[in-house]
Ligand binder design. Structure first.
Ligand SMILES: NC(=O)c1ccc[n+]([C@@H]2O[C@H](COP(=O)([O-])OP(=O)(O)OC[C@H]3O[C@@H](n4cnc5c(N)ncnc54)[C@H](OP(=O)(O)O)[C@@H]3O)[C@@H](O)[C@H]2O)c1
Length: 237
């Protein structure tokens, strides 16, 4: 199976390529894997001709598409770039995949919702993005064909790139009080949810409790809810 991956220098893309390579080398399960993973410097997804040429030449079976402009606050300042990369870029990826009959798996975000639900979101809840970034990611979803895969994830903390865990680790020092905006609730998974190779708080050598400076137990569930990420954060955490 030939797999084409976008955004391979990002948090998610890096881990996807590593996991695919691990499976390809170990032939863990399924068919033999052929992985094509161009960096942004090689393939700008906002360049339609380049995307059509790259995917058309490779003729993958699957396109995994995490590439996006994820700088949430910067998207507000430059909506043209946000829509160009996140909507049009995804349009071009979907168009190229359609021409070769490839399945697209698109990484999306909880920012497609407005955050007012009193309960955890379901796939069928109506989106209502409040930010340019959220609207641009929802626009990207709408560029896909029926039957393609959309993964709406949140609070990605990979080994590469910037994320909240790394920020906390950088700021943490004995006796220091860390302050966070607490306007967002999320369920901290007990184990990695996207990829088996992702480090958890434990495997990163950090006690699980230190991941969330403030924690509350969500009523009616067993899962701890943490409140360390903010919609005002500078990236899509
Ligand atoms: N991080 C989160 O907490 C989070 C939460 C929910 C959803 N998501 C979604 O998950 C996906 C992956 O997130 P992430 O954290 O891995 O993002 P990331 O670390 O910011 O990586 C984004 C990747 O996209 C690439 N990229 C940006 N513009 C591009 C362009 N015009 N052409 C080609 N590649 C381009 C970047 O390349 P350069 O590094 O070279 O710019 C980078 O490799 C995104 O779609 C995001 O919307 C992320």
């Amino acid at each position: 199976m030939r797999v084409f991956v976008t955004g391979v220098t990002g948090q998610v893309g890096t881990e996807i390529v590593a996991e695919l390579n691990r499976r390809a080398q170990q032939r863990l399960r399924g068919p033999a894997l052929d992985i094509i993973a161009p960096e942004e410097s090689v393939l700008d997804i906002a360049d339609r001709d380049a995307v059509l040429a790259a995917i058309g030449t490779v003729e993958p079976d699957v396109v995994i598409h995490p590439a996006a402009w994820t700088a949430v606050d910067a998207c507000e300042a430059d909506p043209d770039r946000a829509y160009r990369v996140n909507c049009l870029g995804t349009r071009f990826v979907a168009e190229a995949a359609r021409l070769v009959g490839a399945h697209v798996c698109y990484l999306s975000t909880d920012y497609v919702f407005d955050g007012t639900s009193p309960r955890p979101y379901l796939e069928w809840d109506d989106p209502n993005p409040l930010s340019v970034y959220g609207r641009s990611k929802l626009g990207g979803e709408r560029e896909l064909d029926p039957g393609h895969t959309i993964v709406r994830t949140a609070w990605v903390n990979g080994r590469t790139g910037a994320n909240m865990v790394k920020t906390v680790l950088a700021l943490a020092e004995p006796g220091r009080t860390l302050r966070f905006v607490d306007d967002q609730l999320g369920a901290r998974p007990r184990r990695p949810t996207l990829l088996p190779g992702w480090s958890t708080s434990r495997s990163a050598g950090m006690p699980a409790s230190s991941m969330s400076p403030t924690r509350a137990r969500r009523p009616g569930t067993d899962s701890p809810a943490s409140s360390f990420a903010s919609r005002a954060s500078i990236r899509d955490w």
